[in-house]
Design a protein around this ligand. Structure first.
Ligand code: PAF
Length: 276
């Protein structure tokens, strides 16, 4: 098994990365689950060594309460990273990432304004800023992101392209539980009853994708999906058919179209998306 090295400040990170050859980065906020470990395995296939960052990024949380309750388990995370063959864990303190006086922000307005951006103002500014910092700190040849956060993947990809950052941003298919629910660190906050209902989200998306692939317009397919979610006790923040790259809404399916959804179940927000 590869021994996992841990860096907690930028000089230690740079010294460790210099020993690793061609590196792939897997950015995370910890509370790792099999979805994250699939990203590490994908990263290992594509590079000499994998660096995983664990940083609960305060800039991307809109409510302090959500930041405070974000699950943290460093020892379990490090054990899982080592078992998955990760070479280096990058665990910066918030004060190392954002020292006093930190004043720079990265924004990608056309991709960040809608959907999650409307419901979580400033969220993607925080994501783009921290990813830009992680990319310049680690200098990886590629970075692997889960497709579960589809909008995040598009924002980060555009940011890297616009800023000529010399890395490839790779998306990895969403890892799902046996009943189809997308794996997420937040699923642990679902009660047993809510957990059972949550499977309605991927089911609604799969059914809508099949209607759309048959040539049905978006409006009735989305209305049927919304009704299924309501029947399962979920409210929807958005449920939309979009162009997968620009995230602009579509009236009908076209190549590269994607269904995007955010649903509320009890106190938990569930995000998912589906290729059409
Ligand atoms: O998807 C996440 O866990 C975070 O948004 C990321 C990409 C690690 C940035 O903080």
């Amino acid at each position: 098994m590869t021994r996992l090295d841990v860096a907690r400040d930028v000089p230690a990170l740079r010294a460790a990365v210099a020993r690793l050859g061609r590196v792939a980065l897997v950015p995370t906020m910890g509370a790792l689950h099999p979805g994250h470990l699939a990203l590490v395995r994908e990263a290992r296939r594509r590079a000499d060594a994998v660096v995983a960052s664990i940083f609960v990024n305060p800039l991307q949380f809109d409510a302090g309460a959500d930041l405070a309750r974000y699950p943290r388990d460093e020892a379990a995370d490090l054990a899982q990273l080592e078992a998955a063959g990760c070479a280096l864990a990058w665990l910066p303190e918030p004060s190392a990432m954002y020292p006093p006086g930190f004043a720079t922000a990265v924004e990608v307005p056309p991709l960040a304004a809608r959907w999650e951006g409307e419901h979580r103002p400033g969220h993607f500014r925080g994501v783009a800023t921290v990813c830009c910092k992680l990319f310049t700190q680690v200098a990886p040849a590629l970075a692997v992101f889960g497709e579960k956060d589809w909008q995040q993947l598009q924002v980060v990809r555009r940011m890297a392209r616009d800023l000529d950052l010399p890395l490839e941003v790779v998306g990895h298919p969403t890892v799902r539980e046996a009943d189809g629910l997308a794996m997420s660190s937040r699923n642990r906050f679902l009660s047993a009853e809510e957990r059972a209902s949550a499977a309605a989200l991927p089911l609604a998306l799969r059914e809508a994708a099949s209607l759309l692939a048959d040539g049905r317009p978006a409006a009735p397919a989305l209305a049927a999906a919304g009704a299924r979610l309501r029947a399962a006790g979920m409210g929807t923040d958005y449920l939309a058919l979009v162009d997968g790259a620009t995230l602009e809404p579509l009236g009908r399916a076209q190549p590269g179209a994607r269904l995007l959804a955010a649903a509320r179940l009890g106190s938990v927000r569930l995000l998912d998306n589906w290729a059409v």
